[in-house]
Write a protein that binds this ligand. Structure first.
Ligand SMILES: CC(C)(COP(=O)(O)OP(=O)(O)OC[C@H]1O[C@@H](n2cnc3c(N)ncnc32)[C@H](O)[C@@H]1OP(=O)(O)O)[C@@H](O)C(=O)NCCC(=O)NCCS
Length: 145
């Protein structure tokens, strides 16, 4: 049986292990960074667990969902390779988007590595459109302490 619930900070180690094993997922956050994201975006980031008939539930999918008050963002979507093509990622995205909509967010974006062909097929299948009118620019800020 598959169950989906919101990520808690206590899930950090198992979520990090799942993300770290996924080639399309990069720029992983520290525990403190995840704590800050979860605090600012409570109950928005869904996790999928497979519950076998006997034994403990196993984490099989994870995604971060957050917003800045105007736009929503989904990060680090990954499903354990043994559980792919069963609709788990679709369920995680649907749950994340429903949570963002409840928060009054009307548009959600994702970042995808240009060469991630399978990831692009996935997001396209869910109705995400390519914004070829934009480029991403970034700057790193000095950190004190
Ligand atoms: C992308 C990923 C999250 C998809 O997870 P999943 O649970 O297998 O996806 P779903 O079963 O919900 O797929 C939904 C639909 O997306 C499309 N899709 C999913 N994986 C696909 C693939 N490898 N190739 C082509 N289309 C794909 C299909 O249309 C699929 O529907 P179908 O199975 O009925 O044909 C998973 O392959 C993964 O973890 N990849 C590595 C990490 C990554 O690249 N993440 C995305 C970057 S943020």
């Amino acid at each position: 049986m598959l169950t989906i619930r919101a990520m808690r900070l206590s899930d950090y180690d198992s979520v990090l292990a799942l993300w770290s094993a996924a080639p399309g997922v990069r720029g992983l956050e520290s525990r403190d960074e995840i704590a800050r994201i979860l605090e600012r975006n409570p109950d928005l980031s869904p996790l999928a667990f497979h519950q076998p008939a006997a034994g403990a539930a196993v984490l099989v999918g994870a995604m971060l969902a957050c917003h800045d008050g105007r736009r929503g963002y989904l990060y680090h979507l990954a499903v354990d390779p043994a559980y792919r093509r069963q609709g788990i990622a679709r369920k995680l995205v649907e749950q994340g988007l429903a949570g963002l909509a409840r928060e009054g967010i009307s548009r959600c974006s994702i970042y995808l590595i240009d060469t991630n062909v399978e990831g692009r097929a996935f997001w396209t299948s869910l109705g995400f459109r390519l914004r070829d009118d934009l480029v991403l620019m970034a700057i790193d800020l000095p950190q004190s302490g």
